[in-house]
Write a protein that binds this ligand. Structure first.
Ligand SMILES: Cc1cc2nc3c(=O)[nH]c(=O)nc-3n(C[C@H](O)[C@H](O)[C@H](O)COP(=O)(O)OP(=O)(O)OC[C@H]3O[C@@H](n4cnc5c(N)ncnc54)[C@H](O)[C@@H]3O)c2cc1C
Length: 300
């Protein structure tokens, strides 16, 4: 209730004040901010995936502009020798306006990533995006199997089946598994914490059994433990998976995982749209408010 109240009033709070919350989770406004954050993490032995904020667009011109921004980001990070790759949200490239145009833009980015020897991760957005996003991923993966990956959300009832279908394609498969951040109806999504975690680990086990490269994206201690147990059970070598966490979230846990010899990648969001992004995320999922509060208190 308090979370909801706080999240509803956030758009009316001065930008400067919201930045006090957001700066812990967003690298800054410029490419240079993202590159600096990335290089600092690289120095600690952590890889990155960089995301430009700003997923809602109304015209295809904006989609084109977003693609250009990503191309510039890629040129800049490669020039600076960042050890990392890129995460993109399909709606930023027009998924909900014209899926074919969107596919064309993402293809161009993945093609460029291949030239750099890099990789593009296609984030998963709310449930209306799942089918068209998977369709685009399959099309692009057929052409660039080593340079593109997808995100699937363990809270969706369909996800286990989606993994099986993608495995049957018989191509290299690199999947980030997360719980899922959007508020979805019970009809299509598991709601209870323990149920989501149980399905998360079942999905991960399916991936390990079938040689899929999983990016284990979570800050949840029991899940991290469950994933570590599976890694041991299936004797998965450290180059066959990675852990992923969000920029600024549970840095202590991050360190522990790295110290145990696992690969770690941090998701770095940045860009001029950080204000809209922060307030929208908080409205979408008011639970984030308490995460942010907790993190701030924890940091002292
Ligand atoms: C690298 C990465 C990429 C992601 N990509 C996507 C995507 O493409 N699509 C999608 O729907 N979701 C994505 N997510 C978000 C994900 O779905 C979850 O909503 C989010 O990670 C929280 O779930 P959790 O597994 O950490 O577990 P939770 O049970 O939610 O959290 C466990 C603990 O972690 C801490 N914590 C978690 N999140 C935060 C936070 N934001 N701030 C402070 N503390 C926090 C808290 O201490 C909490 O108690 C991504 C997450 C990560 C890490």
């Amino acid at each position: 209730m308090l979370n909801t109240m706080i999240s509803r009033t956030l758009p009316f709070i001065p930008k400067k004040l919201v930045w006090q919350f957001s700066k812990n989770y967003i690298a800054g406004e410029t490419t240079q901010d993202a590159v600096s954050a990335a290089l600092a993490l690289n120095r600690d032995g952590i890889m990155v995936t960089i995301d430009i904020l700003g997923e809602f667009i109304e015209t295809l011109d904006q989609a084109e502009k977003n693609k250009e921004e990503y191309l510039e980001l890629m040129a800049e990070t490669e020039k600076n020798g960042v050890n990392g790759n890129y995460s993109i949200k399909p709606t930023m490239f027009g998924l909900l306006l014209d899926a074919q145009v969107c596919c064309g833009h993402i293809r161009e980015l993945v093609k460029k990533a291949r030239e750099y020897g890099s990789f593009i991760r296609i984030d998963m957005e709310d449930s209306q995006c799942v089918d068209p996003t998977i369709a685009i991923f399959r099309k692009i993966r057929a052409e660039f199997p080593e340079n593109v990956g997808l995100v699937l959300q363990a809270y969706l009832r369909r996800t286990h089946q989606d993994i099986e279908t993608l495995i049957q394609d018989g191509l290299p498969l690199n999947l980030r598994l997360c719980k899922g951040i959007y508020v979805e109806p019970r009809k299509i999504a598991y709601k209870e914490y323990s149920n989501i975690n149980r399905h998360y680990l079942a999905d991960l086990e399916l991936m390990f059994k079938n040689g899929v490269y999983p990016a284990i994206a979570t800050h949840d201690k029991p899940l991290i433990q469950g994933a570590s147990d599976l890694i041991e059970t299936y004797k998965v070598s450290p180059d066959q998976y990675e852990f992923q966490m969000l920029y600024g979230v549970t840095p202590g846990q991050r360190k522990t995982i790295v110290a145990k010899g696992h690969k770690m990648r941090v998701y770095i969001p940045f860009g001029s749209h950080w204000f809209g992004y922060s307030t929208r995320r908080l409205k979408e999922n008011p639970k984030m408010v308490s995460h942010i509060m907790k993190a701030l208190l924890y940091k002292g």
